[in-house]
Design a protein around this ligand. Structure first.
Ligand SMILES: Cc1cc2ncn([C@H]3O[C@H](COP(=O)(O)O)[C@@H](O)[C@H]3O)c2cc1C
Ligand SMILES: O=C(O)c1cccnc1
Length: 338
């Protein structure tokens, strides 16, 4: 389905995003004060309930249908020796997702979430961004549209992750384009590359930034030139979620970098998204800070696959359970403070 036929149409949608329901958020804040607990005592669970209500447009937030989307893509920049693993692993892991053997399969089950994997032209890697733009405009828009179309009706919460060997290089290059800095600043070890590989990774990022310097100020052209199909899919899904009233849980460095152009295209562009887990991938905490976001948990994970979003789902379920299920002081006959 072609939702956006041109970059300009996409740009226009990103500049005109719905604001969320301030009334629903205010109703939650008001009810929180009536629940049988000292004000503020549930800490961030209270603001999470209000955040869900705002972006769902519902006074009582719901998490009946939690959806995890994992987008997969292959990257030409792997020719530069930037990953510890070969590109063949991307398609092999997609097969592993399909047969239920990956970490995200277990985390999705544990969090009672539906998992869908969206492979994007795995047999057609993007171009090496040190040599040319990673994608044509048509390829980029096709991936954005695929992401946009992948968000099911009736989703109450959307978790966004990825699989794509080489994509921590891609994500670092895109992040540098959006927020400044270079390969040294943003590159981490991804799947565990050694020192020589990390050097090659930094050099590839710097070469990409140099080659595409004329377009780096344009977030969509930066995503097209330095990004990847799975990152574009995440971007499209995050946009669809915003337009359809679905809050988003982002995963680690790659997932956050993929969605970040939305924050550059509109000052409130990622207000409907939070980061589930602070990845151990160097650069994620910096990117979170640049976006003004505090990840929900830090378990030292650095996997991708939406794993860091999935581990945070129970926290949101806890916020909703307390908010919707607790008695008020009046209902329970508990004396409130004077
Ligand atoms: C077996 C395996 C499973 C994975 N699941 C996620 N990733 C993660 O590692 C990749 C990014 O790291 P780099 O940029 O160093 O290639 C992505 O595919 C990401 O999802 C995996 C990587 C491997 C090897
Ligand atoms: O934080 C991430 O997104 C990440 C880290 C390592 C490997 N793949 C993804």
């Amino acid at each position: 389905m072609t939702t956006f036929a041109t970059l300009d149409a996409l740009r226009a949608a990103c500049a005109d995003l719905p604001a969320g329901s301030a009334d629903a958020a205010a109703a939650v804040a008001d009810r929180q004060l009536q629940l049988t607990k000292p004000p503020g005592s549930l800490g961030r669970l209270e603001s999470l309930a209000a955040w869900l209500a705002r972006w769902q447009g519902r006074e009582a937030p719901l998490l009946n249908r939690v959806v995890i989307l994992v987008f997969a893509g292959n990257h030409g920049v792997t020719a530069r020796g930037v990953s510890a693993f070969p590109s063949s692993v991307t398609a092999q892991m997609v097969a592993n997702f399909d047969s239920g053997g990956a970490a995200i399969n277990q985390l999705a089950k544990a969090a009672r979430a539906d998992l869908t994997v969206v492979p994007l032209d795995l047999d057609r890697p993007t171009a090496d961004f040190t040599e040319s733009p990673a994608m044509s405009e048509a390829d980029f828009l096709a991936a954005v549209n695929a992401g946009y179309a992948a968000v099911p009706e009736g989703t109450d919460l959307l978790c966004l992750g990825e699989m794509g060997i080489g994509n921590t290089t891609t994500a670092a290059a895109l992040t540098a384009a959006l927020f400044g800095g270079d390969g040294e600043h943003w590159a981490g070890r991804g799947t565990g590359i050694d020192d020589a590989g990390l050097k090659r990774k930094r050099e590839a990022i710097d070469a990409g930034l140099d080659r595409h310097q004329d377009i780096l100020a344009d977030p969509l052209l930066a995503a097209l030139s330095l990004g990847g199909r799975e990152l574009a899919g995440i971007f499209g899904a995050a946009l669809a979620a915003r337009i359809r009233g679905v809050p988003v849980l982002l995963d680690g460095f790659v997932s956050t970098a993929a969605a970040a152009p939305l924050a550059k295209l509109s000052p409130t562009g990622l207000d409907h998204a939070i980061i589930g887990h602070s990845s151990a991938e160097a650069g994620h905490w910096r990117l979170a800070e640049a976006l003004g976001k505090v990840p929900l948990v830090d378990l030292g994970m650095r996997l991708g696959e939406a794993s860091g979003a999935a581990v945070a789902i129970p926290i949101l379920r806890a916020a909703v359970a307390c908010h919707n299920g607790m008695a008020t002081f009046a209902e329970a006959g508990v004396d409130n403070k004077d």
